[in-house]
Design a protein around this ligand. Structure first.
Ligand code: ADP
Length: 412
C-alpha cells in the first residue's frame, strides 16, 4: 500500500514537473519578448525629440519624456508638479477637461495647439492623444513650428505675388483708354485721308497704314480685354436684345472678309428662337466675331456656317446654343483643350503662317463662363472645325420669331 502511494506520488509529481517545464518553456520566451519590447519602447521614448506624456483625467502628469523637457525648457520635476493647462496657450482648463472626456469616450484624437516655452515664446504642436483607460491618457507631441512658419511665409509670398499681379492687371486695364485713344486717332484720320485725292502709290501705302493700325488695334483690344477679365473688372450687362439681330449684324461685319476669300457664309437661326431675350448682346457679338474671324482665317475654301437655337423652360432661364462651323484646316484632338488657354496656338513656331495673339479663344472661354455657359470644339485635321458655345439669357414673354435664314452668299 505504501509502495503504491509512493508510486502515485512520483507519477503525480513527475507529471506536474513536466507540465511546469512545458509552461516555463512556453511562457518564459513570451515574457522575455514583452520585456524587450517594453525596454525598446522606453529607449525610443527617452531618445526621441518628440514629446511624450502620460497624464490622468484631471490633467496631472504621470510621466514626461526628456524630449518634451527640451522642447518646453522646463526640468522633468518642474513639469511633474504642473498641470497640462499650465503649458497650453490656446485652450483653458474647462475646454481641456471636456476634450479629455471626449478622448476617453472616443479613444483617440489628433489636433494642433500652441504651448508656451519657458522663455515666453510659442511653440506650435501637433498632438496625438490616446485614452488608455478611464483614468490615463498617453500623448505624443510634435513641434511643427518650422512647418507653420514656412506655411505662413508661403501664404505671405502668395499674397504679395497676387497683389503684384493685380497691380499689373490694373495698370494694363487702366492703360486701355490711353492706348486706344491715339490708335483711334490714327485709324480715323487715315480714313479721312483716304477720302482725299491720292495717287495710286499713296493710296496703296495709306491702305497698308490703315490695315496695320487695325491689326494693332485688334491685338491691343485682345490684350486689354484679357487683362480686364484677369483683374476681375469685366462685368456682364443685362439688357433686352434680339438674338437674330446680333447674328445679322455679325454676318454683315464679316461678309466682306468671307467674300474676299471666296467663302460662302451661311447662317441658320432656329425658328423657335425667341424674338427678344435679356443678356449681353455686345459680348455675344464679340464671341461670335472672334469665332467667325478664326473660321475665315483658317479656311481656304468652302464655307463658314453660324447656327443659333434656344432651349428653354417657359418663364425660366434660357440657354442660347450657338455654333460656328468651317470647312478649313481643322484641329488635332490633342489641341482641343489647350487652344482655350491664353497665348496658346496650334502652330507656335516663329514661321507660322497665321498671325494672332492666341488670346481670342481664352477671352471667349472667360466671357462664356461669365455668362453662365461653356464653349468647346469638335474638329479633325483636314475636316474643318465646329466651335459650340452656350450662354444663359432671360426670356421675355413675347411671340417667337418666324423661321429665318439670313445669309450673305448662301442660304440653308
Ligand atoms: P489667335 O487666333 O489669335 O491665334 P485664338 O485663341 O483665337 O488665337 O486661337 C488659338 C488657336 O486655335 C489658333 O492660333 C489656331 O491654331 C486654333 N484655331 C482657332 N480657331 C480655329 C479654326 N476655326 N480652325 C483651325 N484652327 C483654329
Amino acid at each position: 500500500m505504501a509502495a503504491e502511494s509512493g508510486l502515485t506520488y512520483w507519477v503525480t509529481s513527475g507529471t506536474l514537473g513536466v507540465v511546469g517545464l512545458l509552461l516555463v518553456m512556453l511562457v518564459l520566451p513570451l515574457l522575455l519578448r514583452l520585456r524587450r519590447r517594453a525596454r525598446n519602447a522606453e529607449k525610443a521614448i527617452d531618445s526621441t525629440n518628440d514629446g511624450y506624456w502620460v497624464f490622468n483625467a484631471d490633467g496631472r502628469f504621470v510621466d514626461v519624456n526628456p524630449g518634451y523637457c527640451r522642447m518646453i525648457g522646463y526640468r522633468r520635476d518642474e513639469i511633474m508638479a504642473m498641470n497640462i493647462a499650465d503649458f497650453e496657450a490656446v485652450a483653458v482648463m474647462p475646454q481641456i477637461q471636456a476634450q479629455i472626456a471626449r478622448i476617453i469616450q472616443r479613444g483617440h484624437e489628433r489636433f494642433e495647439t500652441r504651448h508656451r516655452h519657458r522663455d515666453g515664446n510659442w511653440i506650435d504642436l501637433e498632438i496625438t492623444v490616446t485614452g488608455v483607460d478611464q483614468r490615463y491618457l498617453v500623448a505624443f507631441l510634435r513641434d511643427i513650428s518650422a512647418r507653420k512658419a514656412a506655411d505662413l511665409a508661403l501664404r505671405e509670398l502668395t499674397r504679395a505675388a497676387e497683389a503684384a499681379s493685380q497691380a499689373k492687371s490694373d495698370f494694363v486695364a487702366n492703360m486701355g483708354h490711353e492706348l486706344r485713344t491715339p490708335m483711334n486717332g490714327v485709324i480715323g484720320l487715315t480714313d479721312v485721308l483716304l477720302e482725299t485725292p491720292l495717287d495710286d502709290e499713296q493710296r496703296e501705302y495709306l491702305t497698308l497704314v490703315k490695315n496695320s493700325a487695325e491689326s494693332l488695334m485688334a491685338i491691343l483690344n485682345d490684350m486689354l480685354d484679357f487683362s480686364k477679365i484677369e483683374a476681375g473688372r469685366l462685368s456682364i450687362e443685362s439688357a433686352e436684345f434680339s438674338p437674330a439681330e446680333v447674328i445679322t449684324e455679325l454676318v454683315s461685319a464679316i461678309a466682306a472678309r468671307a467674300e474676299k476669300k471666296g467663302l460662302a457664309l451661311v447662317c441658320h437661326i432656329d425658328p423657335d428662337t425667341p424674338a427678344r431675350v435679356c443678356g449681353d448682346a455686345g459680348r455675344l457679338h464679340q464671341i461670335l466675331l472672334n469665332l467667325c474671324d478664326n473660321a475665315i482665317k483658317f479656311t481656304s475654301r468652302g464655307s463658314v456656317t453660324v447656327r443659333a437655337r434656344v432651349t428653354s423652360v417657359e418663364g425660366g432661364p434660357q440657354e442660347l446654343h450657338l455654333s460656328v462651323n468651317d470647312t478649313g484646316m481643322g484641329i488635332a484632338p490633342d489641341k482641343h483643350q489647350s487652344i482655350f488657354q491664353a497665348f496658346s496656338q496650334v502652330d507656335n513656331s516663329s514661321t507660322r503662317q497665321f498671325g494672332g495673339t492666341g488670346l481670342g479663344l481664352a477671352i471667349c472661354e472667360k466671357l462664356v463662363a461669365l455668362m453662365g455657359g461653356r464653349i468647346w470644339v469638335a474638329s479633325e485635321p483636314g475636316q474643318g472645325s465646329t466651335f459650340y458655345f452656350t450662354v444663359c439669357v432671360k426670356s421675355i414673354p413675347v411671340a417667337t420669331l418666324p423661321a429665318q435664314g439670313t445669309a450673305t452668299g448662301q442660304k440653308e
